[in-house]
Design a protein around this ligand. Structure first.
Ligand code: FES
Ligand code: FE
Length: 446
């Protein structure tokens, strides 16, 4: 019998012809293989350093289905551990965030230091002396950690390539989401997180953020009032003119990442103050001047949406920040949206953006619920016996990608395309094959 991962690698994904089986979105065996072959190897976004500024601060995050603790230890070093006691597996931390000097397991009270070492074992002398190796019973630590401009990433694989190699040329696009709006490296902070569960496969969300511009009709209602993601229609004519003049690029990267960015004819970051607020207008104007002085031509780049393989997405424009699509089951995903603002922005700007984010995102927002409705109905409609016989179509702009454009690297298409999705699933296929890192990172996403 064919093993499901081999089948996925060989026949369920047909990049050349542009067909991908619905099994990828509903099959429980395939899902289990994904957790093993993708989520234990790839770099995963686990949080932001602004969430753990002080020694002892922690934030419980996730990697795949598993709970992990992101923590700043007492020496100030960032650590990521599996949130599971080495004795009987109880969660050693049941809070979402906080500050502690020790993690005490609620079950039998083993305690662990903030660098993950097993410290306290009740009745150690009488029950364990001579048998228990504390070092070997530390919390399970991830293989590698990276702090990239304040965002913390982790992988279970000690042999994974360093994060910048993994990111490749997607870096310059992701930077626009992470740096200050005036172009300074990092300097952002998380202003809030939305968490919710949606009955959809996690890849629907990650794929949508690769740059599925084609779905903009879904957002027609918010576009009509000028706050939708396509920037079409709306009341703010000047903003729309600027964006129409922009050269849009859709980029697929060999590592499986993808982005839809705009190269604007003039820098127009300050137009993000499109809601007629003079404080925001002034702030973004100032950011524009600073940014142009710092970045020159690069200041033109403004990504709409992008995804970093496998389950992290980002917005370069407002609502600026990152999303993590945590798998729960083949047909259930826990979505986390981390909202970023410039740390040194005036309070009024931060407050304004906070309200904007809440109105835009999540199940109670006016925009993201359009997307979720598509994903959850598409997932449900793909679970049927007959539906599963028919693959999804990925032929949009097939064969139109070119190698780079105006100094930007990657497979670039100058019109809406599913090239990023094709590249993403080619990479997914490589992970499912258990390919070497060289093969995964070296494979061109043609
Ligand atoms: Fe943690 Fe027993 S399960 S101390
Ligand atoms: Fe959308």
């Amino acid at each position: 019998m064919t093993d499901i991962a081999t089948e996925a690698a060989d026949s369920l994904v047909d990049i050349e012809r542009g067909y991908i089986s619905r099994e990828l979105f509903v099959d429980p065996d395939l899902y289990k293989e994904e957790l093993d072959k993708v989520f234990t190897r790839a770099w995963l976004f686990v949080g932001h350093e602004s969430q753990i500024p002080n020694k002892g601060d922690f934030f419980t995050s996730r990697m795949g289905e598993e709970s992990v603790i992101l923590c700043r230890d007492k020496a100030g070093k960032i650590q990521v551990f599996l949130n599971s006691c080495r004795h009987r597996g109880m969660k050693v931390c049941r809070y979402e965030s906080g500050n502690t000097s020790l993690f005490t397991c609620p079950y039998h009270s083993w305690t662990y230091t903030t660098d993950g070492k097993l410290q306290g074992v009740p009745q150690y002398r009488s029950l364990y002396e001579g048998n228990l190796d504390r070092e070997a019973n530390s919390l399970v630590a991830v293989g590698r950690i990276a702090n990239y401009k304040g965002t913390i990433w982790a992988t279970w694989d000690k042999d994974a390539p360093d994060f910048l190699t993994y990111l490749g040329d997607a870096k310059i696009h992701l930077d626009q989401a992470l740096d200050c709006r005036d172009g300074r490296e990092g300097g952002s902070e998380v202003i809030g997180i939305h968490k919710w569960i949606l009955p959809s496969n996690w890849k629907f969300a990650a794929e949508n953020f690769l740059g599925d511009t084609y779905h903009n009709p879904s957002h027609r209602s918010v576009d009509l009032i000028g706050i939708g993601p396509s920037a079409e229609s709306g009341k703010k004519g000047r903003r729309d003119d600027e964006l129409e003049k922009a050269q849009h690029i859709w980029v697929s990267f060999p590592q499986g990442h993808g982005v839809h960015s705009a190269l604007q004819p003039t820098e127009n970051e300050y137009i993000e103050s499109f809601l007629d607020n003079p404080v925001l207008e002034e702030y973004f104007r100032h950011c524009y001047e600073e940014r142009k002085a710092r970045l020159g031509e690069e200041a033109r780049l403004l990504p709409f949406v992008g995804s970093i393989f496998p389950n992290t997405s980002y917005h370069g424009r407002q609502p600026r920040g990152l999303c993590a699509w945590h798998p729960h089951s083949p047909t259930s995903t826990e979505a986390w949206r981390f909202f970023l603002v410039d740390k040194d922005a005036p309070t009024e700007v931060k407050d304004y953006l906070r309200r904007y984010y809440m109105r835009y995102s999540g199940p109670a927002g006016m925009t993201e619920q359009d997307d979720m409705e598509n994903w959850l109905y598409a997932t449900a409609a793909s679970t049927g016996t007959v539906a599963r016989r028919y693959p999804f179509n990925y032929q949009q702009s097939l064969g139109l990608a070119q190698d780079g454009y105006e100094g930007y690297r990657g497979d670039i298409t100058l019109q809406p395309t599913e090239q990023m999705a094709r590249g993403y699933y080619r990479t997914w296929q490589n992970y499912m094959r258990g390919a070497s890192w060289d093969a995964i990172l070296g494979e061109a996403s043609k």
